[in-house]
Ligand binder design. Structure first.
Ligand SMILES: Cc1ncc(COP(=O)(O)O)c(C=O)c1O
Length: 379
């Protein structure tokens, strides 16, 4: 099997991640904060250490402002639904994932919010920064933007958007689903108020774990309320962080696996990981572009991007080709639409979709060659 679907989830994980999760279950399956044994203390200590490690990775000053949850979708829902009130205005873009679009569309109906979906620059395929600036209104409460497109791999300039948001006193939410672990993120430098982080993609963690950074907890209400294992006499949600946004039993094994993923990245070097992925991507794009009948979407340059590319082959729908590649050749990638409906409309691919390839750190140049040979023989 050749796995070119790392934008969906990274596979395989580093050996250390498997070992960390296994170690947790073999040695301490206790619920942190909900029992009194030595193992409980161990689990709570492990979570604290993971929080410190992951907060530091994103230059978060106070690790209590990093809460663990199930992933980017939960983080985005928490902020969008926790911050926005009736008649607020939001600026986002046509690049966004349904994890942003769907909660916003719900609030359009339920809270009568207004949403501007900004176009992409046709040259760079990044958000049109001027249009974003022009969209600011007196009632703009939130700017929510992906760090990178999950379809085109384009990376947006977060610092530029963060500076605009800070200057206009607008909250800035970043969807780091496609970049956390592969492109450095500094919440201070980039003036990010909320950072949505999935654990299972480039951070190499298990599925079902993620994190949310919140600069000022007073800017939002929690999505969930419930047990925190602290302050149990209180019948209202504790206001201290991280408990304020961390109701319910945490995914301890996932969090421990996530820490192992982050440690692996630190050991290998985020720059080395990105460079290796870019080398594979370059070979893929160059190989695909010279084949007849292939249309590669987005920019072809290997600068300022993640290891994602999308294409179509004349005469095939993307799903037909994906089916063939999977069933005849055991190549894992993704055809169809990629949870980014406005981007597909913008690019005119909302009926046939696109075939998305996303090589990862564990892929090899030999696998890219093999894939290109297969494409040549199909053509
Ligand atoms: C850009 C983007 N945002 C959000 C998500 C959702 O992430 P999670 O699986 O952690 O909920 C994804 C996952 O595919 C994504 O690519």
């Amino acid at each position: 099997m050749i796995y070119f679907n790392n934008a969906a989830t990274s596979c395989p994980k580093p050996e250390a991640v498997y070992q960390a999760v296994d170690y947790f279950f073999q040695n301490s399956g206790m619920n942190p904060g909900r029992s009194g044994s030595a193992e409980r203390i161990d689990a709570a200590r492990m979570i604290f250490e993971c929080r410190e490690k992951i907060a530091d990775f994103f230059s978060i000053k106070d690790s209590a402002h990093l809460v663990f949850n199930s992933g980017a979708t939960e983080s985005l829902n928490t902020v969008i639904k926790g911050v926005l009130k009736k008649d607020d205005h939001v600026i986002t873009s046509k690049m966004e994932h349904n994890s942003i679009i769907r909660p916003l569309e719900r609030l359009k109906v339920e809270r009568e919010i207004d949403v501007d979906y900004i176009d992409l620059d046709p040259e760079s395929a990044e958000v049109d920064y001027q249009a974003l600036e022009n969209a600011v209104r007196d009632n703009t409460k939130l700017i929510v933007i992906s760090h990178a497109s999950n379809v085109l791999g384009t990376v947006n300039n977060l610092q530029r958007i963060g500076e605009l948001a800070a200057a206009e006193d607008i909250l800035f939410l970043v969807d780091a689903a496609q970049t956390a672990g592969v492109i450095p993120i500094d919440v201070e430098k980039m003036k990010i108020d909320f950072l949505a982080v999935p654990g299972h993609k480039s951070l190499f963690g298990p599925p079902g774990v993620g994190a949310l950074y919140v600069r000022d907890p007073e800017t939002l209400l929690p999505l969930k309320e419930g047990g925190t294992g602290t302050n149990s006499l209180s019948i209202t949600q504790p206001e201290i962080m991280p408990d304020y946004l961390e109701a319910g039993t945490l995914n301890t094994s996932g969090i421990i696996g996530l820490r192992a993923g982050v440690e692996f990245i630190q050991k290998e070097g985020i720059k080395n990981i990105h460079q290796k992925e870019m080398k594979l991507l370059k070979k893929l794009i160059e190989g695909l572009t010279v084949l007849p009948g292939i249309k590669v979407y987005g920019k072809k340059e290997i600068i300022n991007r993640t290891a994602v590319t999308a294409f179509n082959l004349e005469g095939y729908s993307s799903n037909q080709l994906a089916f063939k590649l999977q069933h005849d050749y055991d190549i894992q990638m993704r055809g169809g639409l990629h949870c980014a409906p406005l981007l597909h409309k913008f690019l005119g691919t909302n009926t046939k979709g696109m075939l998305r390839l996303s090589p990862g750190y564990y892929n090899t140049e030999a696998e890219v060659d093999k894939f290109l040979n297969i494409m040549e023989s199909i053509i």
